[in-house]
Write a protein that binds this ligand. Sequence first.
Ligand code: GLC
Ligand code: CA
Length: 536
Amino acid sequence: MNEKKLWWKDGIIYQIYPRSFQDTNADGIGDLTGIIQHLDYLQELGIDGIWLSPITPSPDVDFGYDVSDYHTIDPKFGNLQDFDRLLSEAHKRDIHIIMDLVLNHTSDQHRWFQESRMSRGNPYHDWYLWRDPAPGGGAPNNWKSIFGGPGWEFDEKLGQYYFHMFNKHQPDLNWRNPDVRATMLDIFRYWLDKGVDGFRLDVFNAWYKDADLRDNPRLPGIHLRPFDSYKHIYDVSQPEMIPALQDIRKILDAYPNRYVVGETFLADSAQARIYIGEDRLHAGFDYGYANTPFSAKAFGKAIQFWDSLHGENAWPNYFLNNHDTPRSSSRYAGPNDDAKLKLLAAMHLTVRGTPYLYYGEEIGMRDVSLSRGQIQDPVGKRYWPFNKGRDGCRSPMQWDAHPFAGFSTAEPWLPVHPNYKVRNIANQAVTAASLLNFYKSLIALRRQHPALYAGNLSLIDTGEDALLVYKRFTSEETMLVVLNFSKSIQSYTLPVAEFNHWDLIFTGNDPITSHMTDSNLDLPPYGVAILLSQAA
Ligand code: GLC
Ligand code: CA
């Protein structure tokens, strides 16, 4: 099959949290030069794109998600020349670069906000959501911050409040101001002109708020976070978002092969789907799959739902990990047991859609556990010990058994996981049955087979609770994926009526292999089998 591959659709996207990937100047913080050093590794792994968490300047209240300048590189990561080098070195290896754009809010250190708080008459004043106190005094409405406390912060000098959905050092922009909107759209052009291949839009459906800033309705019950006591109908998902995405898509479509993926915020899957389409986002993230319990039935349901929501006209994507959520390894598996992780990898890399991987997922890095004093994330600082924040999944990449896991020669910004001497890339690269080698062979298989990277999906009901089975197919080939979610051996009767012969082409590089006859397949605990049909 000679159809042209489309990198963001047929490929695999790998998220890098730049602070934690590779430090090259001994400041304990990863940098762009560090990423360039590992492009060969990423190419060998077989990925097609990198999503970089923000690399623009930031005072790091929210580690890059509070931007103080949209047009350059934070000096702690390097400079624009380093970025050009990263782009050209990545492109040489057919790796595409996706930037994270945080356009809902800026840092309070951004020049625009500094100007905006100078006076009510300042030209930038209206770039943010400033409001007078409510008639009786106090906050202008009942909106809260998801990071804790009220959404409104009072400024003594101006006698007004500004709104922040996140930390008070992350004031929300006023997208209803035409200059703000135009400036935001120019940011896309700026990075596209530099050669960036795509964007990940941070909490994009929060950009527009209700024009009259109406109160959100209260929900019954008691919630730890005041934010959760309201139904969020006026502070997110406003109708103005669709035309904004359409304008963004028009900008992207003027350049070849560009991609935009969005992170919806507080939206259910159906709402997330609305933003995806030919004239809007190429793809959107949804937590449904990542939040699924470890069971064949539950994953079957999640995949079926997200897949059919996309239908023929859109292409799903899937993630199990990102920088905001505990690692799937820590959620689903014990500290030393990778069998379940192989099973999940086999599912993740064979469903219909673009798989996202998060750095270290390929070696099963586990979350670090931190003492209160080590917490860096504003969420953990605020909600300890009920919520320890998101630092756990952001620890330094474990390259080898050298001090600090080869991430740095200096003390890293977050501690390295104590398991790094055994669990690291160098070690897994030379261990035949490692998780890393499992990922590599599966990615290679996926790249070879149009049924896997471009085919349709149909779930097969086996009547067996422990098994998740689906077919992937194009007009030219059909593959069958059989996944055993249980800790016991499972038998599966192959659909031989429809296809007269199946070849077992992948069982993982585990020492235990599946036993197969013409009509039956036995899978070991957490076993994986991928089969290719020979046409009748
Ligand atoms: C997104 C990011 C998260 C950040 C928040 C505010 O959810 O993924 O890391 O804290 O937006 O920008
Ligand atoms: Ca550094």
